[in-house]
Design a protein around this ligand. Sequence first.
Ligand code: C2E
Ligand code: MG
Ligand code: MG
Length: 686
Amino acid sequence: MSTNRRILIADDDRELRGVLKSLLSGAGYRIQSCANGAEALREAAKEMPDLLIVDLDMPFIDGYEVCRQIRARDNGRTVPILILTASDSAEDIDRAYATGATDFIPKPINWTLLLHRVKYIIRSGENLCALYASEARNRALMRVMPDSIFSLTPQGVISACFAGANGLPGDLPREGRLDHFDRLVPAPFRSLVADAIRAVVETRQAATFDCARLVAGAAQHLEFRFLPYERGGILALIRDVSTRKQAEARMHALAYFDTLTGLPNREWLYERLGQTLTEGAGTSAPVSVVFINMDRFRRIATSLGQFASDAVLVEAAARLRATVAQLESATAQNLPLARFGMDEFVTWIPAAAASTTTLMVADALRKAFEAKFHCGTIDLDLTASLGVAQFPQDGADVVSLLRNADAAAKTSKALGRNRVTIYQQSMNNKELERIELECDLRKGLIEGQLTVEYQPKYGVGDLALIGSEALLRWHHPVRGDVSPAHFIPLAEDCGLIQALDHYVIATVAADLASWRRLGLTVVPVAINLSAQEFLNADTVEALLRATTEHNLPPSLIELEITETALITQPDVAKANMHQLRQSGFRLALDDFGTGYSSLTYLRDFPVDSLKIDRTFVSDAPDSSDACSLIRAVIQFAHALRLTVVAEGVETLDQLDLLRREQCDVLQGYLFNPALPAQAFSQLLPA
Ligand code: C2E
Ligand code: MG
Ligand code: MG
């Protein structure tokens, strides 16, 4: 038996009330009975019952009025109201329903049926109550949802529609005027909607698509989602995602575009070129990558400053963009263009049918730099070096393809700039490394990465400072310190050696002059001259110019030359040596023992000293051969009145040996390495 449910009975018939009460309380209900409508309303106000049984015909406040007032209360909307009536007029019964009655029971009452009626009417009242609560929850949920939600028949006809928090997006038609969902969708997207609805009906899987259109000049992005719904129907959701799309577009622009030139950036390039390669992998047409590297851009940046160099880059990007646009129509190909680095741009030909097309494109891009660049009041002549690499033969992925196209562009630079070079497999790593190093060295010289350091030389007797050797140092920002043994031969190969030797001459002269101005007692500095430069008349001139300009006695400068210089053109060498000695410079033969080591050179060429190569010094005193050679060289040199310098002295044993053999001058890590000018000057007596 149920229940603990509460039933409120209102009937002016005392007897009937009594029977009802005993019957229902016998069935487990809690009963409250009232003799009139007013009393019933008061009791309901205190606590709403689970069921009201109300007589229609009561004095003052009748059953209709009780119904009306109960229904008007917030907590009275769902409570079941059972009307008792002796009337069988259809009009009375209709009126009872209209004022809110749930059901009615005619008098005289069928008591057996009544109990069942009460039981089921209370249950359906509770169901109704739960339904109201769930609807209220759903309504609250809908209010915070940004979506507009529609339930559709499988044919796409709207059966119900709930606007989201923001109402329907944009100028979509309002609810009420709608019949088919089609009408909500901008015309170009109707077929998408039809497809999506069909897909959901057939597969019972969700379908989604986005569409965009212009509303009052601004892009509106709508997201459509279709979900399977009850009875074969569909739930359609429309959400305005314009704000999210705008934010995404901003993020995309920031992530993929270069703010200075407006061109896509390196990330974009990697992504898109990657896609092109994936697509191209299946076809036979190669993808050609063109790497564009502006010439001497850093010099412009250093000398003209940030604003001017930015303007040059913007102008260069605009010219490349315009050229690419022309080339696109000429080649009927889409040529993406991106800024790769500071002054580097990349484009690629997705399906380069013929290599002539690639060369035509690359050369047109090179020519884009031909007209002068106007930079404020200055007109600049600028050029670019270009490199081409092809997929798949020159690189199977984006990184190696770009690296090789870049290497080819660097070769263009090394070959004299303003040209296009096609990557070749034969440009092996060593060669590439050499080319890169060479470019770096040129740049390093301009950017002041090279300095001159001084390694002291000491007299063997009292170990007094009697001279120094100027040694070039290259502090590369990325490679670190690069040894001159590595970059001097390279500089000789690529024609940079003259610039380096002249730079050392000028620096040494300036340092000597500044030490003298400080009142220091300077000692001679030895400058290494490459064989090539020693044979060049310009070098003699540079030396004379430097000493004259700084008012230095040439005897303060000694020149270290190697045997190579003497062998290749002995006559020129001899003539230069005489001229230099007459001018007052001193000459030393460097690295003696490593080359031809003919003692006759010492007799035939006018040198003041010779330097025993450090490989012999380092072998001594353990190697008897090295010791014999050192002894023979010193004796012979002394016979010719030459000073003997031992370089690379590292140990006290070597020092003892060289002293015993009466070597004159010592140089090596035992005393000092090469020192920066400032540190070296502190060794000079005032
Ligand atoms: P080098 O003229 O024979 O210079 C002597 C080299 O021996 C220097 O190497 C010096 O740092 C190193 N050295 C000095 N004392 C010791 C020691 O005790 N132990 C050892 N293991 N090494 C010692 P660095 O500076 O690497 O120069 C190498 C070569 O590069 C020089 O040989 C010279 O041929 C060339 N070079 C250096 N500076 C110049 C320059 O300004 N112009 C030209 N044309 N060549 C230069
Ligand atoms: Mg030397
Ligand atoms: Mg040497």
